[in-house]
Ligand binder design. Structure first.
Ligand code: GMT
Length: 384
């Protein structure tokens, strides 16, 4: 089967998941064609003979204050589907991928070709951006035109049905983790460099957008440090980074916090981590927390969106209301202040993460691809 995967190539969760899915499918013998504007970040590690990358080029022109990416994407889809004879398109993040795919399919139908497409909803395409009135009519239409719709959590499915007039079934296929790559390895020499006095290491990973409430991480850390010797590693980059660094400085914490920017070898950092902090205002799933759990790291998070589906209260970590810094700090101190308790939380975190191992989840996508292609052929035949 030849599958086209359309995604954002950046460090955001939807692009990471799409790339991991493409790699897993290629390992199983599928031919995978990524269509996006840059080489996806996780695709830069290792060579995959079954994977192709087709760059979407958006030519500039003095008239274009906003270069028309969606038009360039639809045209690239048409070229790739035609020349590579793809069987299916799988779109990650609805905007603008689903509407571009609808457009490409209309063009292809004029030439007698046809192809089904599946849209996977990831989060902010539904919970924040997609429901804005400037986008909502196109998002609703193009989701409904998809031959199948998936959401990464029960919570995201419920939010989609609440916010949009959806006429089709939404299949929940949770995100997954590759435990061969995300597992705890011995990096004690590295730990000694970052925490020479044996301090606990706390980590936050995100794209530093306001939805992640990154300043809350600093405030939680300030409370933790009053009770437990600790260091904080901040991984990722984005619009809130500067504010957050300023906050850390103004609170006199800068020497105990390292802002490491975008990192590719996250599992090495997670291997020396004692606690993962994710205080998001909304989070459809929380892939970064699952990757931390796979490396035996317990999680302090909010109870927003799909987080209760991966973080188990009192077992793999704790969940608090959005903005309740005091409660998150109290729970962090509870986990970190006792070696044996920390050990139990670490064991529970990895055990729960294993339920989301890629070999349990990839077959669900494979089955959906087979069903969609079979259903699509039947519909096309009866229409002829
Ligand atoms: O918030 C991000 O990290 C990026 C965003 C995206 O769509 O690229 O992530 C969303 O998709 C991830 C993969 O399915 C989920 O794990 C994240 O929870 C989700 N982010 C939000 O809902 C805020």
């Amino acid at each position: 089967m030849k599958i086209g995967i359309v995604c954002y190539p950046t460090f955001g969760g939807s692009g990471v998941l799409a790339t991991e899915l493409g790699i897993a499918l290629s390992d199983k013998g599928y031919e995978v064609h990524f269509i996006t504007y840059e080489q996806p970040v996780r695709l830069t590690q290792g060579f995959h003979p079954n994977i192709y990358f087709h760059e979407v080029k958006v030519p500039t022109y003095p008239l274009f204050d906003f270069p028309p990416y969606e038009t360039a994407l639809a045209s690239t889809m048409v070229h790739v589907i035609t020349t590579q004879q793809l069987d299916l398109l799988h779109l990650h993040y609805a905007i603008p991928h689903a509407s571009a795919a609808y457009f490409a399919r209309q063009i292809l139908r004029k030439t007698g070709r046809d192809i089904p497409f599946i849209t996977t909803l990831h989060g902010t395409d539904i919970t924040l951006v997609g429901r804005e009135s400037t986008y909502a009519p196109v998002v609703t239409f193009s989701i409904n035109e998809s031959d199948a719709i998936t959401a990464v959590s029960d919570s995201l499915k419920a939010e989609t049905l609440e916010s949009f007039d959806i006429e089709k079934e939404i299949h929940v296929i949770p995100n997954f983790v590759d435990v061969k790559r995300f597992h705890n390895t011995d990096k004690n020499h590295f730990k000694k460099m970052l925490a020479p006095e044996g301090e606990r290491i706390l980590v936050h990973v995100s794209n530093f957008r306001s939805v992640k409430r990154v300043p809350d991480v600093i405030k939680i850390f300030a409370e933790v440090k009053k009770h437990v010797p600790a260091k904080l590693l901040m991984i990722g980059d984005g619009p809130e980074r500067q504010n957050t660094e300023e906050l850390a400085r103004s609170m006199g914490l800068y020497s105990d916090i390292r802002f490491l920017g975008k990192q590719e070898q996250i599992s090495e950092i997670l291997s020396i981590t004692d606690l993962f902090i994710l205080p998001s205002a909304t989070e459809s799933f929380g892939l970064s927390a699952l990757e931390a759990m796979a490396c035996s790291v317990p999680v302090i998070s909010t109870n927003a969106g799909g987080l209760p589906e991966i973080n188990v209260q009192g077992k793999t970590g704790f969940l608090s209301d959005v903005g309740d810094i005091e409660d998150m700090a109290k729970n962090a101190i509870h986990i970190l202040s006792d070696d044996e308790r920390l050990h139990q939380f670490k064991k529970a975190a990895i055990a729960h993460a294993r339920k989301f191992e890629k070999q349990h989840i990839i077959p669900q996508y494979e089955q959906l691809y087979t069903d969609v292609i079979a259903g699509y052929k039947r519909v096309v035949c009866t229409q002829q």
